[in-house]
Design a protein. Structure first.
Length: 92
């Protein structure tokens, strides 16, 4: 084996040493998230119900994906409840 494969190269940063000691300014991530949520809220207030209905009618797979993503991981439902939901969503 060559000499370079037997020896490990030193890491650029030592354990506990940051590559960006100044770090992200406090609140920077929070401001972005807050701005996004405000923009989303304004958009929803203008187009929310209409958009939901359009997605439900034209892309039911995506509609169901969103519904499933906001439901709790475990949910106890009776067969009647599930059937009623299917009837309402798909107008069966």
């Amino acid at each position: 084996m060559s000499e370079t494969t037997d020896q490990k190269k030193p890491h650029r940063f030592q354990p506990g040493q940051s590559g960006n000691p100044g770090g992200r300014p406090k609140g920077a991530r929070h401001k972005l998230g807050e701005a996004f949520l405000l923009a989303l809220q304004k958009d929803f207030e203008q187009h929310g119900e209409e958009t939901i209905a359009t997605v439900r009618d034209k892309k039911p797979d995506q509609y169901l994906k969103v519904v499933a993503s906001i439901l709790p991981k475990e949910l106890e439902l009776s067969e009647d409840t599930v059937q009623n939901f299917v009837n309402v969503v798909f107008k069966a």
